[in-house]
Write a protein that binds this ligand. Structure first.
Ligand SMILES: *[C@@H]1O[C@H](CO)[C@@H](O)[C@H](O)[C@H]1NC(C)=O
Ligand SMILES: *[C@@H]1O[C@H](CO)[C@@H](O)[C@H](O)[C@H]1NC(C)=O
Ligand SMILES: *[C@@H]1O[C@H](CO)[C@@H](O)[C@H](O)[C@H]1NC(C)=O
Ligand SMILES: *[C@@H]1O[C@H](CO)[C@@H](O)[C@H](O)[C@H]1NC(C)=O
Ligand SMILES: CC(=O)N[C@H]1CO[C@H](CO)[C@@H](O)[C@@H]1O
Length: 772
């Protein structure tokens, strides 16, 4: 349904250049951590010498290298033939060599979406975390985004009230087309762009030669992460209110690694490397690979870049992807990444159908910019009744499939189309109706109704099949049915909200089921945030909107990046793992009906839908306990995952004497000190014990926590000890959790529940998922 697969596959093939023999493509050569006491310039020379040693005669190393990585890890990207790339694979110091992949931005790009000349809609409503006005954090935090660039003139990025740029900042404001150093300020403190190689579908070089955003996505995510509060924000009057980033006090730096055609892996790596070198605190990444691509960690630019960022204390937050609701579609799922799913907010855009006769209204939803009369005077017809004589099936006509309707029957009318289980996109149907002279359309659509579609200049609304029953009933009750489509209005305090939206990618992770992913959920549906003024205007509008409403896990990710930056500002010494733990263990699982959160198909959400739950930025500032992790813990994860010690030594420079434990195994991945627990391979009448360690970070040194377990039927869960007593000398305590099954967990699903520590003041909750 969402465009991606064939499109992404085509792009991947284009860059992989499979079967094209000597054609030079860009390859990434990854060489692990920067060796101790090595200067960037020395490293660059080393890279050039290495390339030079394998190049065919007549080629010059300097002219084939397109990127060099030298701050947080070593490596380069270069234009090479297949044979040259193969030769590099065997050189000392090389961890991996892989064709430069193309990743996609994580907005919901359906065919509908791409066929429009205009892009879409996302916001940061009611999303700030300031515990008290009087106690301001003392530290500045800097959020770096790897994205499509930024529109620096947006009011979200003004620097009124900001102090001098932090002295530790080493970044730059790169000049490019329509962008120079004057475009950075004390809010937007850095901007870079990269050669995007052949990322566009035509296979030609992209025109990215500026940090300026030409897609809108990067401007949107930046303002969601850290935009200033801007009053009077709206999308042509819809969703009006104050738009404000998750951490409005943070500074921003943009690393443009994408055009609206995609994001080059070689550029993503350069963005990570520079962001760490420049001194950002949090990196927000709203893009990823297709779930079908599933690269190994050592060949995934996001896994590599984030591994070294986290090793240097920089938190990395990524979107989970928009390939849901199928299981195992989550991407960006390495255990050092914070992976974010998307939920709805309590807002919708309602556009009702008013019927003739008694003028009753049927609830619908969409955004339109049409100009229909408010009285129901337009003839209403079903697709089935407008079937053309040449169309063979009534069924196709009732779905308004292209080529099945008789233009003379629909001219001047509102056409009711069944859009259930339809392969043809909404936009294709709507365009055909419009060009045939219809005055409007009503689509019956239960599947993806939660994401509002902007139909712009044609009056269209979408109704559920339940609401549609009234429409069909009315049409059959009268000889001359008439209706009109009412203007879109913003509806708030919608219930239930939040719900996990259908497109949000689901766990378990394809790489390892023994780490629970995604980690947490945040708002990602119909989000209002800053936009570029250069996208095309909706019909009838004379001014570009400074804001736009768009959807995707792309929009959820910067909400969490903003929350993470706020936690960091209040707790500057915390590791990325501690910050993630604070956000996860304080997440909420209830909706605004005080009932368990659900997915938009109505089922109760599981940890594979939303991880620990919906982010609660205020709660995350005072978590009580954290599950911390150090760089070595991730190395032991890699040992358990199957990497050998020699491979790990290439990737990083572990402490002297590091070796993988002799008992390394996939099962032991479950022992990584993660704030959630996942166990796979638990059979009938079996048990498994995992270990965790918590650190008291609460204000009270003397604190006693007791555990509460919420276990599903069929699973016995024991926590030992069940009480943890911290003192001024005892800051860290371990405990064990034993899961015992009566029967094996059901195939293709998991037994889920939670364990919660509390001292009466803090609630420290960890979800678990136990599967066969
Ligand atoms: C940047 O560009 C603007 C507009 O073209 C110009 O007014 C300004 O002088 C430039 N600043 C620098 C530092 O070049
Ligand atoms: C709409 O189409 C679906 C799928 O073809 C079908 O199951 C359903 O009965 C149709 N609804 C109506 C009202 O015809
Ligand atoms: C108005 O008409 C609709 C559709 O025919 C019907 O379902 C509804 O009950 C009517 N309402 C009133 C108040 O008559
Ligand atoms: C695995 O080995 C390490 C040390 O090599 C030991 O500390 C640990 O307890 C062992 N774990 C298990 C589950 O046997
Ligand atoms: C948001 C928006 O422009 N909505 C329009 C939808 O269509 C009606 C007319 O039917 C307009 O009045 C609304 O302004």
């Amino acid at each position: 349904m969402w465009l991606p697969f064939c499109f992404v596959a085509a792009l991947l093939l284009a860059v992989h250049g499979e079967g094209r023999g000597e054609r030079s493509d860009v390859y990434v050569v990854y060489m692990g951590a920067v060796p101790p006491r090595t200067s960037p310039s020395f490293l660059q020379e080393t890279h050039l010498r290495l390339v030079g040693s394998i190049l065919k005669r007549g080629k010059v190393a300097r002219s084939v290298v397109v990127q060099q990585y030298k701050h947080s890890f070593s490596g380069f990207a270069a234009r090479l033939s297949k044979d040259e790339a193969a030769a590099l694979r065997h050189k000392p110091g090389v961890v991996s060599v892989f064709a430069d992949p193309v990743y996609q931005l994580h907005t919901t790009r359906s065919w509908d979406f791409l066929q429009q000349t205009d892009v879409k809609i996302d916001s940061a409503r009611r999303y700030s975390a300031k515990p008290t006005a009087s106690s301001a954090p003392t530290t500045d935090t800097i959020i770096g985004l790897l994205d499509s660039g930024i529109w620096p003139e947006s009011p979200s990025f003004e620097d009124t009230g900001f102090g001098p740029v932090p002295s530790r900042w080493k970044g730059v404001c790169m000049a490019g087309d329509d962008f120079n150093s004057s475009n950075c300020n004390k809010k937007l403190i850095g901007a870079r762009y990269y050669d995007l190689g052949e990322v566009n579908s035509a296979g030609t070089r992209s025109s990215s030669n500026s940090p300026r955003d030409e897609a809108g996505h990067g401007t949107h995510t930046s303002s969601t992460a850290a935009g200033n509060a801007v009053t009077g924000a709206s999308y042509y009057g819809l969703a009006s209110g104050t738009a404000k980033g998750g951490s409005a006090a943070s500074r921003l730096a943009m690393y443009r690694v994408c055009s609206d055609e995609g994001c080059a892996g070689s550029a993503i790596l350069a963005g990570f490397d520079d962001a760490v070198g420049d001194g950002v605190d949090v990196i927000s990444v709203s893009l990823g690979a297709s779930p079908f691509f599933n690269p190994d960690f050592s060949e995934d630019p996001i896994a590599i870049g984030s591994f070294h960022a986290v090793a240097k204390g920089v938190m990395v937050v990524c979107s989970a992807g928009n390939s849901g609701p199928d299981p195992s579609t989550v991407v960006n799922a390495a255990p050092w990444i914070m992976t974010v799913a998307a939920t709805t907010i309590d807002r919708d855009f309602e556009s009702d159908v008013v019927l003739g006769g008694n003028s009753s209204a049927v609830k619908g939803g969409a955004i339109n910019f049409s100009n229909l009369d408010k009285s129901p005077k337009y003839p209403l017809i079903t697709g089935a009744s407008a079937k053309s004589s040449s169309a063979s099936r009534v069924e196709s006509a009732s779905h308004c499939e292209p080529g099945t309707l008789d233009a003379s029957k629909i001219k001047g009318k509102i056409v009711l189309c069944n859009h259930s289980q339809s392969d043809t996109s909404k936009m294709v149907k709507v365009e055909e109706l419009q060009s045939a002279g219809a005055v409007g359309s009503i689509l019956v659509n239960d599947a993806d109704r939660s994401v509002t579609t902007a139909y712009l200049d044609f009056p269209v609304t979408e109704v559920t099949s339940e609401a549609a029953a009234d429409l069909y009933k009315y049409i059959s009750s009268t000889s001359e049915p008439v209706a009109t489509i009412a203007p879109s209005i913003t509806v708030t305090e919608l219930k239930p909200a939040p719900v996990v939206v259908y497109f949000s990618s689901r766990g378990p992770s394809a790489q390892t089921g023994n780490i629970l992913k995604p980690d947490v959920a945040a708002p990602g549906v119909n989000i209002l945030a800053s936009w570029i003024p250069t996208s095309s205007l909706p019909a009838g509008q004379k001014q570009p909107s400074q804001f736009n409403l768009i959807s995707g896990t792309s929009m959820a990710c910067p909400h969490v990046a903003g929350a993470a930056a706020t936690v960091k500002a209040w707790n500057p010494t915390w590791s990325p793992a501690a910050i993630r733990s604070a956000i996860m263990t304080t997440a909420t699982q209830q909706n605004n009906n005080k009932a368990p959160m659900t997915t938009d198909s109505g089922t109760v959400a599981t940890p594979f839908d939303y991880g620990a739950g919906q982010v609660n930025p205020t709660g995350a500032l005072d978590p009580g306990l954290v599950y911390d992790l150090a760089a070595d813990d991730y190395l032991h994860f890699l040992c358990n995952y199957g990497y050998g010690a020699s491979q790990i030594k290439l990737i990083t420079s572990p402490a002297a004497g590091f070796s993988c434990a002799g008992n390394a195994s996939k099962d032991l991945i479950s022992d990584l000190n993660y704030p959630s627990i996942a166990v796979t391979g638990l059979g009938a009448a079996a048990s498994r014990t995992v270990t965790r360690e918590v650190t008291n970070v609460g204000a009270q040194e003397d604190a006693a926590y007791t555990v509460a377990v919420s276990a599903p039927d069929g699973l016995d869960v024991k926590v030992v000890p069940s009480k943890l007593e911290f003192t001024n000398t005892v800051k860290k305590l371990s405990f064990q959790v034993t899961f015992s099954s009566k029967n094996a967990p059901p195939a293709k699903s998991a037994l889920t529940g939670s364990i919660t520590w509390s001292d009466g003041k803090h609630i420290v909750r960890s979800p678990f998922a136990i599967s066969n």
